[in-house]
Design a binder for this molecule. Sequence first.
Ligand code: ZN
Ligand code: ZN
Length: 799
Amino acid sequence: MSLPPRHAAAPQAIELRVRGRVQGVGFRPTVWRYARELGLAGEVLNDADGVLVRVAGSEAAISALILRLQNKPPPLARIDGIEISAFVDALPDEFRVAESAAGRAHTQVAPDAAICAACAEEIVDPFARRYRYAFANCTHCGPRLSIMQAIPYDRTSTTMAPFGLCGACDAEYRDPADRRFRAEAISCHACGPKAALVRLDGRPTSFDQHSMLDDVDAVCGLIQKGEIVAIKGLGGYQLACDAGNAATVGRLRQLKRRDAKPFALMARDLDLIRRYCAVSDEEARQLTGPQAPIVLLRAEGPERLPEAIAPGLATLGFMLPTTPIHLLVLRRMNRPVVMTSGNLSDEPQAIDNADARERLAGIAAYALAHDREIANRIDDSVVRVMDKRARVLRRARGFAPAPIGLPEGFAGSPELLAFGGELKATFCLVKDGEAILSQHQGDLEDGATYYDYLKSLALYRDLFGHAPIALVADRHPEYLSSKLARERARSEMLTLIEAQHHHAHVAACLAENGRSLAAPAVLGIVLDGLGWGNDDSLWGGEFLLADYRRFTRLATFKPVPLPGGSQAAREPWRNLYAHLMAEIGWPAFAMNFSELELHTYLMGRPRATLDAMIKNGINAPRASSCGRLLDAVAAALDICRDRQAYEGEAAARLEAIVDEHALRHEDESLAYPFTMPKLRDCGLPYVEPLAMWHALLGDLILRTPGPVIAARFHKGLAKVIVSMAKKLARQDDGDAIRFDTVALSGGCFQNRILFEEVVRRLGAENFVVLSHAHVPAGDGGLALGQAAIGAAHLIDEDC
Ligand SMILES: [Zn+2]
Ligand SMILES: [Zn+2]
């Protein structure tokens, strides 16, 4: 960008229009500070489109200001563009922060941010005003979405409204030189919220208060003694206990009725995490960034935690203290702490004190409560570094509701609302060419979660002043989100657009990679559990030639019955049995593999019932699912054979046991073979696992170790996926290339080994590979794809 031509030394006045996330993030005081340092005159103000900077001074100083804003913006800001124009009116000699220009503020809602270094230092400094203050924050950190009740973002529309500012806080709030200038959540010991330790079991408080600094400090002592403590965190209550205490961890599992899902961990600092996990540079960057998510790390280090933290997995999910409360509680803890959501099983976590008292009393004897209300429930986000890039697996605290810019071609989209899927649901608003994806809502089949989803829909509509003309839903007839969208479209007379599940996955991947609306179609490879197909059957391992507007199903996985329907998803042995029957049949299996323990196991199951279901097609829908194939293979290795406690457990454990040496160094010929014949009824090529099963069962006879079998299976699966892509890239009848780009999506690609193997092999075949990083590959990203499909549809209609 260049300045209007003038003589370099001559003073001039210009106006900078700064767009992006520039309000509520300390942008004006930063400009103020830079301008003063550079000796510039003028002013800075907020208006409906962002921030306006009007400056007068030498060209060199103005250039320096622009450069500094671009290179060193405030930590939570995101500059999307700076436009420069000449300014002719008079400007104040002393640079100032002017009042906001009139007009409705552009509705920007910043995500919550982890405590910044400056605030972290203050609360441990005995001479600072906010020493041990559990709610310290500034314009660079602290709560945003979690306390917002309405727009515009000022104190009166947050749950900080009941707390009037004391004189000292008020002075900081008004001083542009202070990092708390216009920090809406500003407070201190004198005027702000207070934390208090309470007993949930009704008994008198018995902890030794005299040896503790305050209630927050007492929590540390209780945790060290083996207690489970409920802590009111940023976006909801959490349950904390000593992660090194196997008995307490076991008790927490039992009381929370959470039998296998891994617990998240929090540790004082990176050094402590490194005692238990390998941490790469990128992983460290994620842990210490303002989003401060849970990062899945490889569990390897000099020390071990009890198996009950993450049963059967080779990873641990760690985060660093995200708020002053967490920092103060963990300060003296020399061991990691379990920091899991404050709920029973799959319910949403408690957010208010009364609810916590009622629901958590049976789990935790104590609660660290406080009197700042949580306006919006927000879970911790989860990130995993795969193929050297951080991939968001659960997008919530720290990430939502930061807008995702839609690619070229989408600028003219009308406002619309996409309702997402059913499990790990999110929803997505389109407004002003941007997609606003909600925080992770959870599984809608849980009543309380569904209620929360409705509440969030209403809140987002208000926060963003959103008036959709169309609603987008998954084609599934039974998803609660789809039913809701259909009902609302009817009652509010809005256009209803239905998006196919796997098409939406591909579109999400295209959108987050900035693929333009006019770009040619790609091959979308979508591997997940189940989604409703266009032929009204269940899909879940799909090769789609797709752009935002349409898709053609080019190939699939073998459709295999799911005996027992949804029960088959919970009980992997059912998929294993269905696979073996579809491929080999009982007589051949019994004849060749009767010496296997697996044979004895299946003999003991109700085979006749399953056979009848499969034969008569009763409660045994066929599904071309990659997820269910992974379940079946896991079950063959006796992983979660009887049942899995959470979606994807069997596949996650199968990934966890992979022998990486075998994966990398064994001869390619040992990878299990798959073939690619065509389906009889429709001629569609499909991934046929018959040869894989023979090789796998043969390895079981040879007593090949499970980790080696798992490695050969992953490698074989990656190979056939890439072979299929190569085969599909060329038209049946000629040499014309159909696509040169492949987009990977679906929950199965959260499996690091499968993902990295597929990416590496596609790269070796010179495909351009698009994958997820900012939104989940699983159903948490679905709503973004639905939104893009809906927008493309509406833009076309308009033409
Ligand atoms: Zn701060
Ligand atoms: Zn104060």
